[in-house]
Design a protein around this ligand. Structure first.
Ligand code: PGA
Length: 264
């Protein structure tokens, strides 16, 4: 695992957007096959998406041959609810880039058969050729997608129950009332994410410091599902100074030295 430590969330977001665009452009130069990307929601990726939008508008990258799968969606929240992840993705990315509508995949949290919806999602990911890159965030409890502590690190897309902690954290989007935050969601599994050829996790701000410490220096454990990245050959955490505040000084120095040597 690499940890790329930038001074601010802005710098980290720019790094991530340019990295994603470079990967899309690299694949385009080599093959006509689509670039398959996993995408996340939340406060964290907004600046990365804003830079990708700028790059699309400037002609520096195109999503015409990109297929995307979002990582999760609440169960039972109407698709057009302002806090649904459908609404989020259209507002912060899809409505402003050139990705064809038929290439966009988001789990349907109102499907009549939720298990069948999840199984079909995994099949669609495989049929698209698997993920070239999965972009994720990290929860304050170390979750990746909605894979809360105790989620099997071998899990795939399924119905999950959110922890009270996550519902409290997300209540900021629901007028501060955790009772309005759905109790369940559909989420890709930990293994769905780590099955990607590359995983890029964004972590900004001091509230993520404990989760980053657990993910990077803690054991490979279902207690912190992002720790699954420890066995991935191409796992990158893009952090700001605040989110690595709990790392040991020697870990910090090591990652900074790698970054300098590889000019990341
Ligand atoms: P956030 O959420 O970007 O809103 O902090 C991240 C997550 O819960 O995975």
């Amino acid at each position: 695992m690499k940890v790329i430590i930038k001074q601010s969330s802005k710098e980290g977001s720019l790094w991530a957007a340019h990295h994603i665009a470079a990967k899309i452009n690299e694949k385009k130069a080599r093959t006509d096959e689509p670039f398959v990307i996993g995408l996340c929601t939340g406060s964290t990726p907004i600046e990365t998406y804003a830079e990708l939008i700028r790059m699309v508008k400037a002609g520096e990258v195109s999503f015409k041959n990109v297929i995307s799968f979002n990582m999760d969606e609440y169960v039972g929240l109407p698709e057009n609810h302002p806090e649904s992840y459908h609404s989020f993705m259209h507002k912060y990315l899809f409505d402003q880039i050139d990705e064809p509508a038929e290439n966009i995949h988001i789990l349907n949290g109102n499907a009549p058969d939720l298990d069948a919806e999840c199984a079909a999602y995994e099949k669609a990911i495989a049929a698209a050729g698997g993920f070239d890159l999965f972009l994720g965030g990290i929860g304050e409890d170390g979750h990746i997608a909605f894979n809360e502590p105790f989620s099997p690190l071998s899990s795939h897309t399924r119905v999950v129950t959110l922890t009270e902690d996550t519902r409290i954290v997300n209540s900021r989007f629901f007028g501060g009332d955790m009772n309005l935050v759905p109790k369940q969601a559909l989420s890709v599994g930990v293994a769905t994410v780590t099955g990607a050829r590359e995983v890029v996790i964004l972590a900004f701000g001091p509230k993520k410091a404990r989760a980053i410490k657990d993910a990077v220096e803690g054991p490979y454990s279902h207690m912190c599902t992002v720790s699954a990245l420890q066995t991935h050959e191409n796992g990158i955490i893009v952090a700001d100074e605040a989110s690595v505040g709990e790392l040991k000084v020697n870990s910090y120095k090591y990652f900074k030295a790698v970054e300098a040597a590889e000019k990341l």
